[in-house]
Ligand binder design. Sequence first.
Ligand SMILES: Cc1cc2nc3c(=O)[nH]c(=O)nc-3n(C[C@H](O)[C@H](O)[C@H](O)COP(=O)(O)OP(=O)(O)OC[C@H]3O[C@@H](n4cnc5c(N)ncnc54)[C@H](O)[C@@H]3O)c2cc1C
Length: 533
Amino acid sequence: MGHLSAGFSAGAPAGLEGGAAFFCGARFVCEDVWANPHPAASINTTSSHLILFSRRTGYDPGDIGRIKKVPYDLIVIGSGPGGYSAAIRAGQFGLKTALIEKQAKLGGTCLLVGCIPTKSLLQTADVWDRFVHSEAEGIHCENPRLDYPKVKDRKDGIVNKHSKGVEMLLKRAKVERISGFATLKGGGKVEVTSDSGTQTLEAKNIIIATGSEARMLPGMQPDADFILTNIEILNLTSVPKSLIVIGAGAVGVEFASIFKRFGADVTVIEMLPRIVPVEDEDISKELERSFKKQKIRVETGARAENIRKTANGVSLTLTTKEGKQETLQAEKLLVAVGRKPNTEKIGLENTKVELDRGFIKVDAHQMTAEPGVYAIGDVVAGTPQLAHVATREGMIAVAHMAGKPAIPINKTRIPGCTYTEPGIGSVGLTEAQARAQGRKVKIGKFPFVGNSRATILGHHDGFIKVVADEQYGEILGVHIIGPEGFELVAEAVAAMEAEATVDVMMQTIHAHPTLYEAVGEAFNAVYGLSINA
Ligand SMILES: Cc1cc2nc3c(=O)[nH]c(=O)nc-3n(C[C@H](O)[C@H](O)[C@H](O)COP(=O)(O)OP(=O)(O)OC[C@H]3O[C@@H](n4cnc5c(N)ncnc54)[C@H](O)[C@@H]3O)c2cc1C
């Protein structure tokens, strides 16, 4: 995943915030601020911490149960992409920082049981799919064999490697890692409970980055054998013959796409009228069409009830949108009905932190209603639960507390990627959202069937849709479904961030033959000027 590999070059100057300089009006002023190597010196440091505290170990056993005399500049709770990136950035700024993580391994949902392991499986599913369907390219593979335990080992190896990488990066940034469960105590205090006891730490600033966990259906508990969440399904040691997925958001459709290509019989059940419901409606339709072509059964506007474990799997009653009832059986059931924020039992009642349906309310700089307490990532109300959002919010929070330029997140410039086949990448307003805002829109659409690179790859499904403002050609949104859609969206994000218009993108030269030529064609299509469709 991009943000992780970027993390491995953390020794480089604090480049991620570099773009912020453009927003300051006077570029040289911002560069000067960024160049200050030790901003922390002016904000938080007390003399006591120099004497009393071992940075390496954090505390000695004699301290257990007492309040530490040594305040940190920052305590980060949680080592997901939000927490670990924020801690590293704080270290780069010279802040005395501790990161508390309750799990043995670092990396959070994204690295351990989310983005990275799923994409590892998707990559192997892609390779396998190509082997199975290689005859069209003149390659004959006699009896290809899928060694799924090895597929899982490879996935676990990638996860472990990157988790160790996070550990190494934290060390390099002089961030102190503390193991245990953190509870906020108010007044800048955090209690940490672990096997070795309880200690109380103190900091000028705290970042809550405790992430989220899978929601379950009422009355159901996940287990290792039949009723699975993202955690248990990633531990399977063989491909199930059949899989029912409840929930067709990004997590649900990605697992459907993985296991279908590994050979499972897959059914997706979604209560809402369409799959990937946060995407533009045309994207949902195209993914459903493509899934059905791949023989994934998709039931939208449908309900799954009477879910029961059987001797060798699960059974449930499906009520379709037409009101027909049917009993479905499968070897495994994946529940992918969303993620709830980890905001319970972390001591928020000891603070003034305000919640909105369980999510933490923050201002534009990620500050909560409790002075000095910030929240980032999946726990935050109003921003999507995505790794790169968590990371960005961490950068904003740390820059703010360090007195650096901290540009608030722009919610219309957040890319969303779904790594199905075909892949989805989108940014900005959907057509329906733009129209609902009263914008006069022009749409440009270019199908991948007109792109020669897509033909060469043998992946023709999908299109690129540009939503533009009619009057000035402002780019309001770009929605891609097709080969590498999740990579291609990068151009649209950069164009929108740079406030390029459709005209600018029409003049931009796109190399041939590439998939991203289709992006250029879609911008031309806004004015009916695409060449190859
Ligand atoms: C299957 C799946 C696939 C996904 N794929 C993608 C993807 O491709 N791209 C993408 O952008 N997003 C993806 N996501 C979402 C992404 O994983 C999350 O948005 C991201 O991990 C959120 O980061 P975070 O830092 O807020 O929290 P998390 O990554 O959830 O990390 C929180 C950490 O805090 C720790 N913690 C919690 N409470 C405490 C406590 N009290 N004390 C100490 N430690 C605590 C947890 O153990 C955990 O390590 C996926 C999610 C799933 C489930």
